[in-house]
Design a protein around this ligand. Structure first.
Ligand SMILES: [Zn+2]
Length: 273
């Protein structure tokens, strides 16, 4: 996280002709866990006339069985706002937090016998319009996906609250999702309606369904769960720094989400517990 938010990474801007150095850094981290890591290059348009190139980092842990279930796709955008003048936007909570948790999940699960592929996607150009996630979904070309888990802004701050918005079709998994947080001090809230979530968060202006990379999956009828800690006073400011992150809590979040992913990729699904 210190590296992702460092001045050398210049606020992780998107739109370069070649992958940003943060994408290479994430690639090296994921390669440590024997994943098949590839860049997915794509073109995207912004404004009225401009187009640019983006690069997702796509890392797969393969199911090694004869029969495998449809894959689970875990997303976290690594791009941020870049810099303005001499100041850069570190984007620690938005979304180095999601990227480091995604890498930690890969670390914790990489030696396990999984019953479906786990595809980790560090998406690019989220801030410019969810372009990386759109490109990834497009490339799936209708391939069946079990679910998308999207991680965006996971620093719990003082409120100690973590929120999730999930597709209504995942309501049968409600207890699977919530029980993983029971043994933690985190106040976890799960919603199946973006409107109710906005009301409870006192943020009627935010459309949580369209706010991050889970939306293109939703549009493609792929069930999703979006995890995030809600509003952040430092959002999209130069104050979204490494020092503001509570790492003890981020570790709790990571362990709980890992537990949930494990429950969905192993045969002893906790649905029966
Ligand atoms: Zn974000």
């Amino acid at each position: 996280m210190l590296i992702l938010t460092s001045p050398e990474f210049e606020g992780r801007p998107s739109g370069g002709a070649t992958p940003h150095r943060s994408a290479y850094y994430i690639t090296r981290q994921l390669q440590k866990y024997n994943l098949d890591v590839q860049f997915q290059q794509f073109e995207f348009e912004f404004g009225f006339f401009d187009s640019a190139t983006g690069h997702n980092v796509v890392a797969t842990q393969y199911c090694k069985r004869i029969q495998c279930k449809p894959p689970i796709v875990i997303t976290a955008h690594y791009d941020h706002l870049g810099k303005r003048g001499s100041r850069y936007f570190p984007g620690a909570n938005d979304n180095a937090s999601g990227v480091v948790v995604m890498i930690d999940i890969a670390k914790q699960l990489h030696n396990e016998d999984i019953n479906r592929d786990i595809i980790y996607v560090a998406t690019d150009a989220e801030e410019k319009g969810l372009h990386g996630a759109k490109a990834f979904v497009k490339k799936l070309a209708g391939r069946e996906v079990y679910m998308n888990i999207n991680l965006d802004m996971l620093d719990l701050q003082k409120k100690n609250k973590l929120y999730a918005l999930a597709s209504r079709s995942l309501q049968p998994l409600k207890s699977d999702i919530t029980t993983t947080f029971n043994a933690t001090p985190i106040k976890f809230r799960l919603y199946f309606s973006a409107k109710i979530m906005a009301r409870r968060l006192n943020a009627p202006q935010i459309d949580w369904l369209r706010a991050s990379d889970h939306y293109p999956f939703h549009r493609a009828n792929i069930p999703f769960i979006y995890f995030g800690a809600g509003l952040d006073k430092n959002h999209h400011s130069v104050k979204d720094t490494f020092d503001e992150i509570n790492f003890e809590k981020l570790t709790q979040v990571s362990n709980a989400i890992t537990k949930f992913v494990r429950s969905q990729t192993s045969d002893n699904a906790s649905a029966t517990n």
